[in-house]
Design a protein around this ligand. Structure first.
Ligand code: NAD
Ligand code: MG
Length: 397
């Protein structure tokens, strides 16, 4: 380990979630010595306190202010500062960590991720929604501050690893792979009747509820197409999605000379986290290794556009540009939340998103604020209100 140039001061935003837990588990398994500056969570105060007592950060922040007394109580006598609220999360993100794991879910991750970008830290980016809503600003901010954004999303980590920056001009296509989600083999009729439990049952991964539903609608892949377009400066027509149920090939880069490079690994989020942590070095740890003989046949198919309209909605939003991806993301967050609350049906989710974008376009339109991030915030708020109206209309029907 002595020769590796690893970050020492780190923060984990969203430490209690699926990616946050995998990040701390990786540190444990790799026996890396890190000084944790801050850990943050939304509401899971018990897990946050447990993590804080193990990792001894300077500060632990719970977003829900009503839970601050409980966090204080659980950390009393430990010397760890307990704080609450989204402003304190932004403060943690701005503190002096060299490496920040951005693993809050949804638009709530944007402000802290931007703060980390301004601080010049290396951002390990799991929170794809922040890139979808303000990608160009986020990337520019990180670059100006001397930091970097390293993708954690497995597909983008794969492309990041095989896309030779010296040959970027000769890339003809990016091919993102997708598990196809729990409804890969379902009929549209079966999807129409899908229960919450069926939609949450991802075939290969245990992930947070929001991304699990996004995987089932394939809006996750739609968000990832936008993420790839921004990260790798690629026009939408040169980004393809292929369903690959085994999730062994995480994505591919096709070059103009007919050569295609792929990155492979078992379906596990810790290798892409390790890559983002040690980049440009490689972190040795007892990783589950890929055994191609037992992995079985690797299969591929095109996604069915009738079953998964979210994919073309996302491509359209990317082509429209400006604030359309931020509006799409907000509408999707509200639609997923309504589905998780059992207020709308599964196939209503893409309909709510499409209808919101339609009404935003024809009616009140997107924000025209000069500052791109302010504009994303205003668009997010307007699209949330609009999506809620559409959901209410569906519930009344
Ligand atoms: P999760 O729901 O398991 O965890 C989310 C974390 O954010 C938790 O710590 C939660 O407490 C915190 N949080 C939630 N709402 C918050 C708020 N309003 N303010 C502050 N903190 C809040 O989600 P996850 O599966 O770990 O996903 C996190 C992000 O990583 C998402 O953007 C997701 O798309 C992305 N991602 C996840 C995976 C995966 O395998 N889970 C893979 C690729 C990308
Ligand atoms: Mg992914």
């Amino acid at each position: 380990m002595g020769t590796l140039n690893l970050p020492r001061k780190v923060s984990v935003l969203g430490s209690t979630g699926s990616i946050g837990v995998s990040t701390l588990d990786l540190f444990e398994q790799a026996c890396v010595e890190v000084d944790v500056v801050g850990l943050t969570a939304g509401r899971n105060v018990a897990r946050l306190a447990e993590q804080a007592l193990r990792w001894r950060p300077q500060v632990a922040v719970i977003e829900d202010e009503a839970l601050l007394p409980e966090l204080r109580e659980r950390l009393s006598g430990s010397g760890i500062r307990a704080e609450a609220g989204s402003k304190s999360i932004v403060d943690v993100a701005s503190a002096d960590a060299q490496w920040v794991m951005s693993a809050i879910v949804g638009f709530a991750g944007l402000a802290p991720t931007l703060a980390a970008a301004k601080s010049g830290a290396v951002i390990a980016l799991a929170n794809k929604e922040s890139l979808v809503c303000a990608g160009p600003s986020l990337l520019r901010t990180a670059k100006l501050a001397g930091g970097a954004v390293v993708p954690v999303d497995s597909e983008h980590s794969a492309i990041f690893q095989v896309l030779d920056p010296m040959a970027a001009a000769h890339v003809s296509r990016l091919i993102l792979t997708s598990s196809g989600g729990p409804f890969r083999n379902a009929t549209r009729e079966e999807m129409a009747a899908a229960t919450l439990e069926q939609a949450l049952a991802h075939p290969n991964f245990s992930m947070g509820a929001k991304i699990s539903i996004d995987s089932a609608t394939m809006m996750n892949k739609g968000l990832e197409v936008i993420e790839a377009a921004y990260l790798f400066s690629m026009p939408p027509e040169r980004i393809e999605v292929l369903v690959h149920p085994q999730q062994i090939i995480h994505s591919l880069v096709e070059y103009a000379d007919g050569s295609t490079l792929a990155q492979l690994g078992p379906p596990d989020m810790r290798p892409p986290i390790a890559c983002a942590f040690a980049w440009p070095d490689r972190l040795p740890w007892p990783a589950p290794k890929l055994d191609l003989v037992t992995a079985g046949p690797l299969t591929f198919q095109h996604p069915d556009p009738q079953k998964f309209p979210a994919l073309s909605i996302a491509k359209q939003a990317l082509a429209t540009g400006g604030q359309a991806p931020a509006a799409m993301n907000a509408a999707n967050e509200r639609a997923v939340s309504a589905f998780l609350d059992r207020r709308i049906r599964f196939l209503d989710i893409p309909n709510v998103v499409a209808e919101t974008l339609e009404r935003m376009d024809h009616g009140r339109s997107f924000s025209t604020a000069n500052d791109a991030v302010e504009s994303a915030r205003e668009t997010d708020a307007a699209a949330r209100r609009m999506a809620d109206e559409v959901v209410t209309g569906l519930c009344a029907a």
